[in-house]
Design a protein around this ligand. Structure first.
Ligand SMILES: Cc1cc2nc3c(=O)[nH]c(=O)nc-3n(C[C@H](O)[C@H](O)[C@H](O)COP(=O)(O)O)c2cc1C
Ligand code: SF4
Length: 593
């Protein structure tokens, strides 16, 4: 009899680059990846089984021991915390009698936290068996009942899974949408050279954060002498606080696919892949439907709009690893490997997916490219600033009355965004996610632009009641958790950062510890292999610069205290000796005495 693994291998044509899809099938069925399945998969793909094991161990959504029949993961971004995710965890834990981080002994339920799920505008959010559920605070009782009754998830009320788009402000791209095929026919009529020129004249720069010029990337790829090129859409959107790509793929998928197709026609690629973060699995079915519709309409396939040119798009579902948003890690992941960033150069434009020249762009970049193909470069280039043309789509969340999506021209000030979203008493804002910049009230006139505050879209608002150090602590944990472990400065450094920060925040640090913390930040920043490590210290560095007094207030008045609390560790010995007098304690030497 054919096993599940064999079925999945067959469905995925025994292609090693489909390993993630095969493992998703096994994980969904067994709630973990059994050794026997790993061995069968390795044999079927003709790769060592240790390679399969390495992939299973790398991604957060695969497991080597069974998860609960109902596997509950609570989103743990700072905004989920602000919206009360701890109370949700406590209530579920109590009601279902399951300890956080554990599988209940009968195997019916497991409970844990996960990095930001991209629902920061409607948290606290959860994933249950991989399916997103927003606003958990209102739903704990209902959900626990369904689990206690062992109701299959397919029978759960659809309203539980209803994710809102929360589009609060539209602009050039979201207002002036295009009909299916409109941009493609323009791209075909004007030809690849003119299309490239339009993208160049528009001034479009990548919306994933780094802001590389899109036309230049496309040109480099097009100029490579090769038999195959690829277009990859980066929908791994894992930066805490970012969720605009979720909305774009839910509401504007036609336009995103249209942009990918225009890119393919321009650079001479016949295959595209959308890499969708695992947390957005709920978008998958509708995206496949959209692709099928476009194929039927001749907008994808072997002969696009009768031009004789071919281009098609596949979707690959990620498996819970923030690092896979880094473009070379994304390519590794697409090839069915752990998402470890490659050495660069060579860059993907020359050596990318399957070793071929590859363009990787963000979802919003493709949306903008479709607009430029359909309507020309002028309208786009007329908006924004000198170095940042067009509009930026922001994901706004945190302490504001109207969280959601805002499309604003580049050059818009932070104060304007705060006003628009109803953040009346904002004390600070984190621009560009944890790897970005924390700014306070004194800087609210700064502008969103590559020449001032660059952002992939994350815009988190904090009012005066929030403790800045809690935010820094959450971000530092995030980087440590998401470090891929490949290079020592980041793997070890982010763990040390976390510990050192905890020591200070918990009131056990001295002035020397702050000096050491800052030195550690510099070591990680300067020696890490990729952007994750290079920016992991930003939350600490940017708050140390703005709020030294906050760190100062936490310090003990001692010259040095080891990270290990010896006195606390001797508590058991004291209990055994039945002593708790002053002589049984180790005293710290206070500088004032
Ligand atoms: C740790 C890390 C995570 C990233 N995550 C994303 C992401 O989720 N989405 C994205 O488009 N770019 C992300 N990037 C940037 C990509 O490496 C790449 O620059 C981008 O996809 C290029 O597209 P663009 O030119 O359209 O911006 C990330 C970079 C790093 C270092
Ligand atoms: S910097 Fe961190 S995430 Fe990047 S390669 Fe090194 S360990 Fe991996």
């Amino acid at each position: 009899m054919q096993t599940l693994a064999q079925d999945l291998l067959q469905q995925n044509q025994h292609r090693p680059e489909r390993l993630l899809a095969i493992l998703h099938g096994v994980q969904d069925h067994h709630r973990y990846i059994p050794d026997a399945a790993m061995k069968q998969i390795a044999k079927g793909l003709n790769i060592p089984w240790t390679q399969v094991l390495a992939v299973v161990e790398f991604y957060n959504f695969y497991h080597t021991t069974p998860r609960g029949e109902y596997d509950i993961l609570i989103s743990d971004s700072i905004t989920d915390r602000m919206l009360g995710n701890q109370a949700v965890i406590d209530r579920i834990s109590q009601r279902l009698n399951v300890a956080p981080g554990k599988v209940r002994p009968d195997g019916q339920v497991s409970l844990d936290t996960t990095s930001c799920t991209g629902l920061c505008d409607q948290g606290p959010a959860a994933l249950i068996n991989g399916w997103a559920i927003p606003q958990m605070d209102d739903r704990v009782d209902q959900l626990c009942e369904l689990i206690e009754q062992r109701r299959p998830m397919a029978d759960w009320p659809a309203a539980l899974f209803q994710v809102q788009d929360n589009i609060q402000r539209t602009g050039l791209l979201l207002d002036k949408t295009i009909d299916p095929g409109q941009a493609i026919s323009q791209a075909l009529t004007q030809g690849a050279d003119a299309m490239l020129q339009a993208v160049d004249q528009s001034g479009l720069r990548g919306r994933g954060g780094a802001g590389f010029k899109t036309a230049m990337k496309w040109r480099f790829c097009r100029e490579e002498n090769t038999d195959q090129r690829y277009v990859l859409c980066n929908a791994d959107e894992g930066e805490p606080g970012t969720f605009k790509d979720r909305v774009l793929l839910n509401r504007y998928a036609e336009q995103v696919f249209e942009g990918m197709t225009c890119a393919g026609l321009t650079i001479g690629a016949s295959q595209g892949v959308l890499y969708l973060r695992g947390e957005y699995r709920f978008l998958l079915a509708a995206l496949h439907d959209t692709l099928a519709r476009r194929r039927a309409a001749g907008l994808l396939g072997d002969n696009i709009q009768g031009s004789g040119q071919a281009f098609d798009i596949e979707i690959c579902l990620g498996a819970g690893a923030y690092i896979c948003g880094e473009e070379s890690a994304l390519i590794e992941s697409l090839e069915g490997k752990p998402g470890i960033p490659r050495n660069r150069p060579p860059y993907p434009v020359t050596h990318g997916y399957l070793g071929k020249p590859t363009v990787v762009n963000n979802v919003e970049t493709f949306l903008a490219a479709a607009h430029i193909a359909a309507y020309g470069a002028e309208g786009f280039a007329a908006l924004g600033t000198k170095q940042s043309k067009g509009t930026k789509i922001l994901s706004v969340c945190g302490d504001c009355a109207r969280p959601g999506i805002y499309e604003v021209p580049f050059g818009t000030s932070i104060a304007e965004v705060l006003k628009a979203c109803g953040a009346d008493n904002a004390a600070g804002a984190q621009i560009g996610g944890p790897s970005g910049t924390y700014i306070d009230q004194r800087e609210f006139n700064r502008k969103l632009a590559f020449e001032d505050l660059a952002t992939g879209g994350s815009f988190m608002v904090f009012n005066a009641s929030r403790n800045v150090l809690d935010t820094v602590d959450n971000f530092t944990h995030f980087f440590n958790h998401e470090s891929c472990g490949f290079c020592t400065p980041c793997r070890v450094g982010t763990a040390l950062l976390r510990k050192q920060l905890e020591k200070i925040v918990s009131g056990h640090g001295s002035a020397g510890d702050v000096v050491e913390l800052e030195a550690l930040c510099q070591v990680i920043k300067q020696n890490s292999h990729c952007g994750l490590g290079q920016t992991a210290a930003n939350p600490i560095l940017s708050t140390l610069e703005r709020y030294p007094e906050l760190y100062q207030q936490q310090l003990k008045k001692i010259s040095y205290e080891p990270g290990f609390d010896l006195d606390a560790a001797l508590a058991t010995a004291r209990r055994m000796a039945n002593r708790d007098d002053a002589g049984a304690h180790l005293a710290q030497i206070d500088e004032e005495h």
